[in-house]
Design a protein around this ligand. Structure first.
Ligand code: KG4
Ligand code: ZN
Length: 339
């Protein structure tokens, strides 16, 4: 079938951590975005890399097939294959990269490599309303916490980074202290809605500039709880909602303080959040309230585009396709991959 040169069909694959996802795009229109999550890691209190890569191997063909079917697109209509090159778990990345390379080779198609963190930011361009350039994006996930200055689709600069744990890890590790299963972020969010955010005060590490630190906070929560348990062995059970609300308040304050500082320093009022932690209801509320106070235009992606998904890889690949940014068959994944 001959295609109008203006219509581009892209298949995008995301396999950087524990979600196997495939998306199909017609230009910048998302036709399908399917995610296979791996529940096995719940049993271990965190992602087990070896198990994640094995599960990707099992999931990748069914997920790609289902996405193509949902989009109503045949393999011979595709114009390029996109994949997450990094950052992420190397074994997980290898599955998506190798699959994309094999499919592109078989179909004689170009390959497009995508940076996972750049893709989290560009998830804002899957649907309206879209931020205008330049904007700031607070990207908060299980592996990363960054404030990114976005000058155009593919021109980004990281202004601030975590010096230790990511915000998602701060949620997950404190949840583990509370005895909650992995991933604890959504559970802290759920219980926090029933608790008093001012009930407890923990230590907040001080970091210069626009960088973040969360590991000292996690330790402060642990020590505070251990101290209370000496008087009341059931302290966590008796105070779960208040503990979750207080933990969530601290993490949000640490994020918002730096975001406010970045917005002020760079005189930018277009402010976005991205990544799994942007699903947090308290953070979404804080962004909107601070936005109203400071006259920001705020952008929060739909839930399915906050956590890991291939649609964000697809939209990034579309802009790379327009610029002719293709990758060669000798590409290999990169676990640490700067924006
Ligand atoms: O972006 P993502 O899906 O995967 C990574 O690239 O890491 O982010 C996963 C992280 C986990 O740490 C999870 O606990 C956190 O996002 N998360 C949340 C919420 N939903 C997901 N954290 C707090 N509140 C939520 N509602
Ligand atoms: Zn992610």
């Amino acid at each position: 079938m001959t295609q109008s040169p203006k219509t581009v069909y892209l298949l995008a694959i995301e396999s950087s951590c524990d979600d196997t996802s495939a998306a199909v795009f017609r230009n910048d229109e998302n036709l399908a975005n399917l995610v296979a999550t791996q529940d096995i890691h719940r049993l271990y209190g965190g992602v087990v890399p070896e198990m994640a890569s094995r599960a990707h191997l099992q999931n990748i063909i069914p997920v790609v097939d289902a996405a193509m079917q949902k989009a109503g697109i045949a393999l011979d209509q595709l114009n390029a294959i996109a994949f997450t090159r990094g950052p992420g778990l190397i074994g997980s990345l290898l599955v998506g990269t190798t699959f994309a390379k094999g499919l592109a080779l078989t179909l004689g198609l170009p390959l497009i490599e995508v940076n996972h963190m750049q893709a989290h930011v560009l998830a804002h361009f899957i649907e309206d309303p879209k931020p205008s350039f330049p904007f700031l994006c607070l990207t908060v996930s299980g592996g990363h916490t960054q404030i990114v200055l976005v000058r155009s689709y593919l021109d980004m600069e990281v202004l601030g980074n975590t010096t230790d744990d990511a915000a998602g890890e701060a949620f997950d590790k404190t949840a583990k202290i509370l005895g909650l299963p992995y991933p604890g972020g959504p559970l802290i969010d759920k219980y926090a809605q029933l608790g008093n955010p001012k009930a407890f005060t923990f230590g907040k590490p001080k970091v210069d500039g626009l960088d973040f630190s969360f590991s000292g906070f996690k330790t402060s929560v642990l020590y505070a709880i251990q101290k209370q348990q000496k008087q009341d062995p059931e302290f966590i059970a008796h105070n779960l909602n208040d503990l979750c609300a207080s933990i969530q308040r601290h993490i949000i304050e640490m994020l918002m303080d730096k975001l406010e500082l970045a917005a002020k320093e760079h005189n930018i009022k277009e402010i976005a959040i991205a990544g799994g932690v942007s699903a947090n209801s308290g953070l979404r509320k804080a962004i909107n309230e601070t936005g109203q106070r400071l006259g920001w235009n705020t952008y929060i992606p739909r839930f399915e585009y906050c956590t890991d998904n291939a649609a964000m890889i697809g939209i990034t690949a579309y802009y790379k396709y327009l610029k002719g940014e293709f990758t060669t068959q000798d590409v290999s994944p990169v676990a640490r991959y700067a924006i």
